[in-house]
Design a protein around this ligand. Structure first.
Ligand code: ARG
Length: 403
């Protein structure tokens, strides 16, 4: 019996060619695995295709719940936006896919795993760092990175091996999608000076074609996670799917990002993340109500460190859990309701309330009923500005412009 390799299989051209390539070049048998992460593929069709191309077995695993509850949920609590823009949709999925690859490799007694990433991106890093941390004895094969075939040669190879190309021919973009978002790369998007064509978008209506009347949605949070929409309790998977549809129909979620990849390349990335952007906007706003200014200032640093770590493929580093220790502690109070207005491409907070809110109308009001004693501010302002006053006086003296 031949030794086995478990391949993360999407059903697309690259990983289809990889099945044949691993069999031919290495003489391994290939077991394929596809996770349902909410990308809306036809998993039956993918399985048939894998087996037809010679996979000895195929695993189709519904991982939506695990993805939402163990990965997306942490990103929500961390307001995760890499470089302030990208909700990490692809980045979050890689450590989960890697974990499943390793589990199936164990179950099958396979000698290694394989993925379809190129040598230019972040995904190779995310897959391999995770697999190596979970089981350093597994061999890792990256056919696309190794083979150095041009697109044209790849198509030729596919034709020679009876790999169906019909779906590939009309494709302009390279797409990766899951519950948390859709990423689009390549083709006309490679010129960062040019506006993305409408054809790049599938989940969002063009903001200028979105309905003229706004939609309001109240997102209920409990312990830092969204748990209801307009008062109706929902599991995370359903809540995210519904928000993707609703916010997307109002043109919310488009992102055009000049992104810094780990490998040093700047790349123009286009995303559609209607639910992610709406939820993070709401979550961040609720935090502003319930956390002190000191907690907020520090949490921003922690959040951005978390996002960078995960983007850069280090999900398995202990630092992630260390940072989450702080984040988790702050989330106990992030409970309440945030009212969002979805309108022609924007998701804005128009109201928030929480039993933990630190907002005190007695302190804030300009009405007569205030509890804030303005006389106390006089001395406060004097002392607050003292260091700066002294520094300015010294600078004047030193430059000879008098005291
Ligand atoms: N630039 C994003 C990231 O590194 C998206 C990558 C999309 N991957 C893909 N295979 N199309 O997370």
């Amino acid at each position: 019996m031949k030794e086995l390799i478990v391949l993360a299989y999407s059903g697309g051209l690259d990983t289809s060619v990889a099945i044949k390539w691993i069999q031919e070049k290495y003489g391994f048998d290939v077991v394929t695995m596809t996770l349902d992460l909410g990308q809306g593929s036809d998993f039956k069709l993918i399985e048939e295709k894998a087996l037809k191309l010679g996979a000895v077995r195929h695993y189709s695993i519904d991982s939506k719940e695990e993805f939402a509850n163990e990965y997306i949920s942490r990103a929500i609590k961390a307001n995760a936006l890499y470089e302030g823009k990208y909700p990490l949709s692809t980045a979050l999925s890689r450590p989960l896919i890697s974990k499943k690859l390793v589990e199936i490799a164990w179950k099958e007694g396979a000698v290694g795993v394989a993925h379809g990433s190129t040598g230019k991106g972040n995904d190779q890093v995310r897959f391999e760092v995770t697999v190596r941390a979970l089981d350093p004895s597994l061999r890792i094969i990256a056919p696309i990175r190794e083979w150095g075939l041009s697109r044209h040669e790849e198509m030729e190879y596919a034709r020679r091996h009876g790999i169906p190309l019909s779906e590939e021919l009309g494709k302009t973009f390279s797409v990766d999608k899951n519950l948390w978002g859709r990423s689009v790369e390549g083709g006309p998007l490679e010129d960062p000076s040019v506006e993305p064509p409408e054809g790049a978008f599938e989940w969002t209506r063009a903001p200028w074609d979105a309905p003229d009347s706004p939609a309001y949605v109240e997102i209920g949070f409990d312990g830092g996670l969204p748990v209801s929409l307009n008062g109706e309790r929902k599991g995370l998977v359903d809540l995210i799917s519904e928000l993707n549809a609703l916010a997307g129909s109002h043109g919310v979620g488009r992102i055009d990002h000049l992104e810094d990849r780990l490998v040093g390349i700047k790349s123009r990335e286009v995303y559609e993340c209607p639910a992610a952007l709406t939820i993070i906007e709401a979550h961040e706003d609720l935090e502003k109500a319930v956390l002190t200014r000191h907690e907020l200032e520090f949490k921003q640093m922690v959040d951005s460190a978390w996002s960078r770590l995960v983007y850069n493929g280090l999900w398995v580093d202990p630092l992630r859990e260390d940072l989450e220790g702080f984040i988790e502690r702050t989330q106990e109070r992030v409970s309440g309701i945030v009212k969002m207005k979805l309108y022609k491409g924007s998701a804005s907070v128009v109201g928030r309330s929480s039993r933990f809110s630190l907002y005190d109308i007695g302190l804030a009001t300009y009405g007569v009923e205030t509890t804030f004693d303005q006389r106390l501010s006089e001395g406060f302002v004097e002392i607050w500005g003292l260091a700066s006053k002294v520094a300015n006086a010294v600078r004047r003296r030193a430059s000879g412009t008098g005291a």
